[in-house]
Design a protein. Structure first.
Length: 245
């Protein structure tokens, strides 16, 4: 889409207004935000930030992590089939949020490269926000990672890929809900994930990075707690037997 300096300036103003009157009040005042290692976020582009996806609030939280003046240079990749169905909604999403519409499954349908907008953003030195799961998952669960991020990283091997894990948004505004519930959001930012030549190995490495960050901000699942407690009880019984002998 052709742009002019005047149009870019107008879009930057709209994005700042969105942050001031929508994102910041909702995320910082309505929810509350705790961030670990914010300093690991890229200060400038080109860069790729990958995050788990549980809620439409994910965009706002991620944008809120960056300095106010740099927000116009941060571009969230978003599903075209959701954000571009209605023209007025598409206009709002493009100009206030700054989305880059991605046609999900476009490559299989024989359409143009669905990541072309992401390529242009990185070539322009912008910071790209990507959700490798491809869609919102179940609350506080990490779904299967799609290979699009590997294809993108292979095309730009020198661009850092910074993982971010967010906890709490699946409860604050889960899929199918429209009214946010006050729930403190915890965010952990990780070290850049290196590109690996094998797609499967890279996706495993990325998932491991997410799981590691999850452990920093999310309590263990009930099953994990039961397993840990069972293990502790077994060790206690074994210790008691050894002492009694």
């Amino acid at each position: 889409m052709p742009t002019t300096p005047l149009l870019k300036a107008g879009q930057a103003v709209l994005r700042w207004l969105f942050m001031l009157f929508v994102a910041y009040p909702l995320v910082l005042l309505g929810l509350g935000l705790r961030v670990r290692h914010r300093e690991r976020l890229p200060a400038q582009g080109p860069a790729i930030v990958v995050a788990n996806h549980n809620s439409h609030l994910d965009f706002m939280v991620l944008l809120s992590l960056f300095p106010f003046l740099s927000v116009p240079r941060v571009r969230p990749a978003a599903a075209a089939d959701y954000f571009c169905k209605v023209k007025w909604f598409e206009w709002l999403a493009r100009n206030f949020v700054g989305i880059l519409p991605i046609v999900r499954g476009g490559a299989q349908k024989g359409e143009a490269d669905p990541l072309s907008a992401c390529y242009r953003a990185l070539e322009a030195g912008q910071i790209l926000l990507i959700f490798p799961e491809g869609t919102r998952g179940q609350p506080e669960q990490l779904a299967e990672l799609k290979p699009g991020i590997w294809h993108l990283a292979r095309r730009f091997p020198e661009v850092p890929i910074v993982p971010v894990f967010m906890h709490g948004l699946g409860r604050a505004l889960p899929r199918g809900s429209f009214v946010p519930v006050p729930f403190q959001v915890k965010v952990a930012v990780g070290q850049p994930v290196p590109l690996l030549p094998d797609k499967a190995d890279f996706l495993v490495s990325l998932r491991n990075a997410f799981e590691y960050l999850r452990g920093k901000v999310a309590p263990p699942a009930p099953a994990e707690e039961d397993e840990d407690q069972s293990g502790a009880e077994e060790k206690s019984e074994e210790f008691t037997k050894n002492v009694s002998c």
